[in-house]
Design a protein around this ligand. Structure first.
Ligand SMILES: [Zn+2]
Length: 81
């Protein structure tokens, strides 16, 4: 069952995007959730990398994580994963 959220599409803005794949990942000890999404408006597919605010403050920098994960967007979760 697809999960609809209010994740912003990097191509056409704030729309509800469809999660087509979701899996936990670990980058240098930083736990996160990597989601593959598709925008129903422009049909572009993109990846988001979601981690907790607490993780951001104690792990590698955001830039390092994004580069290592080769992903497009970062989403910060309010609660811990
Ligand atoms: Zn779009």
């Amino acid at each position: 069952m697809p999960d609809l959220t209010d994740q912003t599409c990097p191509f056409c803005g704030p729309v509800k995007t469809n999660v087509i794949d979701s899996r936990p990942v670990d980058y240098r000890g930083v736990r996160a959730i990597r989601r593959r999404r598709v925008c129903p408006t422009c049909t572009h597919r993109f990846t988001t990398f979601e981690l907790s605010e607490a993780t951001i403050n104690h792990g590698p920098t955001i830039e390092e994580l994004l580069k290592e994960a080769k992903i497009d967007l970062l989403k910060t979760l309010a609660s811990s994963i």
